[in-house]
Write a protein that binds this ligand. Structure first.
Ligand code: DGY
Length: 315
């Protein structure tokens, strides 16, 4: 009997080719499913290929476990949308897609660093709104990257890819992780990293430990005119504190690709002019997204065949 795989997001057919080649019966989500639809659908299927907007919580997993759900393959490196602990208790495997999105996400982090330090959004707005009256010696001055210090919060694959890019811009790069990386530039104390850095770039997953990690107190530790960039998960940075630091001029600028409660973006953030805002496009290239989808589908196939997945999440 063919196994049933729910693919929640619409995508080009070749992205779920591994499932077709394995002969699985593919149930395509009609656009994004809401929570109740996921609970309902989970009862009838053996696997889910999910995306980060799918709330795969205890109710979805328990519904699946009453049927024959064996694996969830999340097309994302982050998996804060999945209750991995409950999945483990129920014997349901969870897989993610690390590695293939490092370059694309690091590009966006670097893009935000450049856009912030060179005031790209404000400059474009001035031009489009007709406020630009011509070249001016002191118009729209930003800050130099060369010789400035970049502090990476987290030192996983994406952070290291940002470091390689920042090296190309002659920045001094420091990093902080809970465990000593043993690499040059390691700073054991996050507060010290904040104090030492002109630009902070966030690269940690959202967990109870990292929730609100970049808060008002830590933002105040940064040099006046500092920049904060977040391409990880919205909840790691306290959005209100960030808006406050931008409004008061403590920070020169910030760049966000991720938000608390996406797709809603807090009105205070939208009203802050020196903030560059992107709609969670860190991994959004054709090449990267196709690799992510293929990786998730391949691991789903492995689990359904009784093999070990390449990228299992351990609760
Ligand atoms: C991820 O994979 O977690 C990213 O946020 C998707 O762009």
């Amino acid at each position: 009997m063919p196994l049933k795989v729910l693919v929640t997001a619409q995508m080009p057919e070749q992205w779920f080719d591994p499932l077709k080649r394995a002969g699985h019966d593919i149930v395509l989500g009609k656009g994004l499913l809401d929570h109740d639809e996921l609970v309902e659908a989970a009862r009838e299927i053996d696997a889910i290929v999910s995306v980060l907007t799918d709330p795969i919580d205890a109710a979805v997993l328990e519904s699946g476990a009453r049927g024959s759900l064996r694996v969830v393959g999340n097309i994302a490196v982050g998996y804060d949308n999945i209750d991995v602990r409950r999945a483990a208790e129920l014997g349901i495997s969870v897989c993610n897609t690390p590695g293939v999105l490092d370059a694309a996400t690091a590009d966006v982090a670097m893009f935000l660093i450049l856009a912030c330090t060179r005031r790209a959004s404000a400059a474009e707005y001035a031009l489009r709104s007709g406020a630009w009256t011509g070249w001016g010696l002191t118009n729209l001055l930003g800050s130099d990257l060369e010789g400035s210090t970049l502090g990476l919060v987290g030192y996983g694959r994406i952070a290291r890819a940002v470091e390689r890019r920042a090296n190309g811009f002659s920045m001094r790069v420091l990093h902080h992780t809970r465990h000593d990386s043993g690499q040059s530039g390691y700073v054991a104390d996050l507060d010290e990293l904040m104090t030492e850095s002109d630009v902070i770039s966030v690269h940690v997953p959202l967990t109870p430990e990292t929730l609100g990690m970049i808060d008002a107190r830590r933002l105040r530790l940064m040099r006046r005119g500092g920049v904060v960039v977040n391409t990880a998960r919205g909840g790691v940075v306290d959005e209100d504190a960030l808006a406050g630091a931008l409004e008061s001029g403590e920070l020169a600028s910030a760049g966000l690709d991720v938000y608390v409660g996406e797709p809603h973006v807090a009105a205070r953030l939208l009203a802050t002019p020196n903030l560059v805002l992107l709609p969670h496009i860190g991994s959004a290239t054709w090449g990267t997204r196709s690799k992510m989808a293929l990786l998730a589908c391949e691991d789903v196939c492995r689990v359904l065949e009784g093999r070990t997945p390449k990228n299992p999440i351990h609760a």
